[in-house]
Design a protein around this ligand. Structure first.
Ligand code: F6P
Length: 531
């Protein structure tokens, strides 16, 4: 019988620690959910839901249409255990892609595959957004060793100032930069616009686009067609049944791993091992189920507590951003699968544990109690950071983690902890697989589709309407006549002048040939004309 969470009773908490501790020797991972408010009654109450959740995950892995809104299978688990794929052709295809990625990475790094000017590749410009950008960023930040592999640069949105800075940094090396354009759908505007900018600048600097460009996308997508027609250097498949936020064990994460010389096979093996461990249909012996149950109880099954991710390892600084997409895009849903309005989700934030202690941990300890912390630590330390006197940095880091963990409990705050014996590619694969499965199980508990993203589609459609409105506005003003916002609104038939004001404020801040009179603080006083 599990005792209830009681932050004021050290003995009870120690007993809970022992009762709930999950440990796996081969991976060297511990999970401790004893400081989450989960009790025996919760475990009993959740047991039937978990039976259904385990069955649903088994069906998903077996090839069911687990994303009914898009009529898609959900197969990211097959990527690390290809023999699980529903048919032999898919298994062979996954295996072949991994080998192609490995070979390509090796050839680029050893110089047997060069840029068109005969020089070895010097840099990678990675163009992708959402899962097509965050996963690669995590891989590179987490796994690249100093001086190993190629330096990576990212276009992960269409900020012209960001693109300008990145291209300026690459300037003299653009002819030896490998450009990887990543979009599962192949139709997302951001990577498309980034690609156009990269191609134009690269060609202006003497590069040869086709010999330097790589596409990662679904076969026959718009991007794939461009890559085929343009005879790009390589194309890698981003399978139909892999979602953006769970694509890190596809080419999306494996290609960066190969290009920074990381242990791609170890990464896949870590994920595969964790998949096996989280397939166990026994709540107390399944770490993903323990996490999902703890999240559920903490947030009353309604996401009422945020997940604060505190990794005590700089290499995991991007992990909370990665989890933001994985958790929030998967769980943040208006409707459940029965069509009821539920407004589900769990908010995620965090940076680096020890650093955040001197930023917002103050509020966690003493302020509003609307969160639970996820501590992540790695025990092994590099050998080139010696003790100075009697001060060993790793001991301080451990002390700071334990100190924050204790201080939170004293304040009645909840936390869970993941301890890695060592941080490496295998551990990263395992960590990602752990969260993927926990999110999948949690989605089953709260009955939402974790694999669609209708809210994002709504934003995309609204953005397209604004761009179309800008086109009509510019066409109207092209006659040189001066007009107020009200006149523009009437002519264009919009329900308010607000969007027009935003568009014009942007246009007038740049040399686009617009003339403005009046006061920007009093929109009704303003008149606009194209000169
Ligand atoms: O890889 P794509 O198709 O360009 O999509 C990028 C991202 O956009 C989304 O579809 C919606 O934000 C994400 O799920 C995805 O990771």
């Amino acid at each position: 019988m599990l005792a209830n969470f009681d932050g004021s009773n050290a003995q009870i908490q120690w007993q809970r620690f022992c009762d709930l501790l999950w440990y796996e020797r081969d991976l060297g991972i511990w999970l401790d959910v004893s400081r989450m408010a989960i009790g025996q009654a919760d475990l009993d109450a959740l047991a039937p839901r978990f039976e259904l959740a385990f069955a649903a995950m088994a069906a998903l892995e077996g090839g069911a249409i687990a994303n009914p809104d898009e009529q898609r299978q959900v197969g990211h688990y097959w990527l690390r255990t290809p023999e699980l794929a529903p048919d032999a052709a898919t298994t062979a295809h996954i295996n072949a892609e991994v080998e192609r990625i490995e070979t390509f990475g090796r050839e680029v790094l050893d110089g047997s595959l060069c840029a068109a000017n005969g020089q070895p590749f010097t840099d990678v410009l990675w163009i992708g957004i959402g899962g097509s950008g965050l996963g690669p960023l995590l891989m590179v930040r987490a796994l690249q060793e100093e001086g190993q592999g190629l330096p990576f640069h990212f276009f992960d949105n269409v900020d012209p100032a960001g693109m300008s800075r990145t291209l300026a940094g690459l300037d003299g090396r653009l002819a030896t930069t490998l450009v990887v354009v990543v979009s599962k759908s192949g139709g997302t505007p951001e990577p498309h616009i980034g690609m156009e900018q990269a191609q134009a600048r690269l060609e202006a600097r003497g590069g040869q686009w086709a010999a330097q460009a790589v596409a990662v996308t679904m076969i026959d997508s718009k991007l794939d067609q461009v890559a085929v027609a343009g005879q790009w250097l390589r194309r890698f498949d981003m399978f139909d049944w892999v979602g953006g936020r769970t694509s890190i064990t596809s080419a999306v994460g494996l290609l960066p791993a190969a290009l920074v010389g990381a242990d791609l096979r170890g990464f896949l093996a870590g994920a595969a091992r964790m998949d096996a461990l989280t397939r166990v249909s026994d709540l107390l012996h399944n770490p993903a189920a323990l996490m999902a149950a703890a999240w559920f109880v903490a947030g009353h099954g309604q996401g009422k507590r945020d997940m604060v991710v505190l990794p005590y390892r700089d290499r995991l600084e991007v992990f909370s951003r990665y989890l933001q997409q994985l958790v929030m895009e998967s769980l943040g849903k208006k409707h459940d699968r029965g069509g009821e309005v539920v407004h589900q989700g769990i908010a995620v934030y965090g940076n680096k544990g020890s650093t955040d202690q001197h930023a917002y941990v103050q509020q966690l300890r003493d302020g509003i109690d609307n969160f639970f912390v996820t501590f992540i630590e790695a025990l092994e330390e590099p050998s080139d950071i010696p003790p100075i006197g009697d001060e060993i940095p790793g001991d301080f880091l451990d002390g700071f983690l334990q100190g924050t963990r204790s201080a939170l409990m004293e304040g009645g705050r909840q936390s869970l902890s993941i301890t890695l014996r060592r941080f490496d590619a295998t551990a990263l694969g395992a960590l990602i697989a752990l969260f993927e499965r926990a999110v999948g199980l949690y989605a089953e508990l709260v009955n939402v589709n974790a694999y669609d993203q209708p809210g994002v589609e709504a934003g995309k459609k609204a953005a397209a309407l604004i761009l179309a409105l800008q086109e009509r506005l510019e066409a109207l003003l092209s006659d040189g006549q001066e007009r107020s916002l009200q006149e523009l609104q009437q002519a264009l038939g919009t329900d308010s002048p607000e969007s027009l004001f935003w568009i014009l404020r942007h246009l007038c801040a740049n040399p686009r040939g617009y003339q403005v009179t009046g006061d920007w603080g009093a929109p009704a006083s303003m008149k606009f004309a194209k000169v």
